[in-house]
Design a protein around this ligand. Structure first.
Ligand code: NAD
Ligand code: ZN
Length: 269
């Protein structure tokens, strides 16, 4: 925001208001959820008629118990999701975040997403709280298994049944490399994310419903530490009541607008 612009204009203009916060902040955490990738065609879990949990039962698909009960059902569903992500492209919001990481000091990216669209837009490093759709490992010995090829016809088949590959070392099933319900988040990743939130003075929370714990607690931690919180989400979320700025816009529209504002103003001063 130009220095001589009245504050009331900033309040009506979230892009300027948020650009000002980004310029002032020494440490910013961009925290993303499934809504970040919605405009790339990847369904969210909650919110909207095409969200995953409106069509599928999470407890029947995203738990270790479900996988042990029916590995072909669960592996097939994840292979469908892998195929969807592989066929998708990063959207303008992913590119805007990559620009911020590359051009502004003190910005970190923490995501709940298991897709690789942040990386493909050029963000590095990316802290993945919930693992990756593409980092499979053995259910028993946890050795990585990376040479799985997604079948070409998986894209249109959410109900695909497919036997998971077997571990070359112990013969047990290979499982998706994501964090399922009832599982702990990877310890080191969690520590990194907690540290980032504790030292942040600004959090940009994008496309998350703010109800999945413990991930959602990270934004509360930042808020109670000292950070200001900006939410970018077209709908109200579980964290809306305590955020400082609620920017009711989609990720692929808001974030490029923010970057344009930062570029026009010559970046951080
Ligand atoms: P969620 O599905 O619970 O909530 C999605 C949120 O995004 C909602 O608040 C919705 O209003 C908002 N949203 C929808 N479209 C948007 C857009 N275009 N721009 C900005 N916001 C938009 O997602 P969550 O909070 O990330 O839930 C957590 C779990 O969902 C995580 O565990 C994550 O691993 C998983 N998940 C990941 C992916 C992915 O990797 N792309 C996809 C589905 C679910
Ligand atoms: Zn094994």
């Amino acid at each position: 925001m130009p220095q001589n612009q009245p504050a009331s204009t900033a309040a009506n203009d979230p892009a300027s208001q948020v650009a000002e916060l980004v310029r002032k902040a020494k440490r910013t955490v961009v925290f993303t959820g499934a809504g970040m990738s919605a405009e790339s065609g990847i369904p969210t879990f909650r919110g909207g008629d095409d969200s995953l949990w409106s069509a599928f039962n999470p407890m029947g698909l995203a738990t270790e118990a479900a996988f042990r009960e029916d590995p072909a059902l669960v592996w097939g569903w994840y292979v469908w999701r892998m195929a969807k992500v592989q066929a998708a492209q990063p959207n303008a919001g992913h590119h805007a975040i990559a620009w911020m990481l590359q051009h502004l000091p003190g910005i970190e990216l923490v995501t709940q997403n298991v897709d690789d669209l942040h990386e493909r837009a050029g963000s590095d490093p990316v802290t993945h709280l919930h693992g990756s759709l593409f980092a499979h490992r053995c259910l028993a010995c946890a050795r990585p298994h990376l040479d799985f090829e997604i079948p070409q016809d998986a894209l249109d088949q959410p109900q695909l049944r497919l036997q998971p590959p077997r571990c070359q070392h112990c013969g047990e099933c290979i499982r998706p490399g994501v964090v399922w319900f009832h599982e702990l988040l990877p310890e080191q990743t969690w520590q990194q994310a907690e540290q980032a939130m504790r030292r942040a003075d600004l959090v940009l929370s994008v496309g998350t419903s703010g109800v999945v714990e413990p991930a959602a607690s990270l934004v509360r931690l930042a808020r109670t530490s000292r950070a200001q919180v900006v939410e970018i989400n077209p709908a109200a979320s579980g964290q809306s009541e305590f955020v400082d700025v609620a920017w009711r816009q989609t990720a692929a529209l808001a974030l490029p607008e923010l970057v344009a504002r930062l570029q026009a103003d010559g970046g951080r001063t």
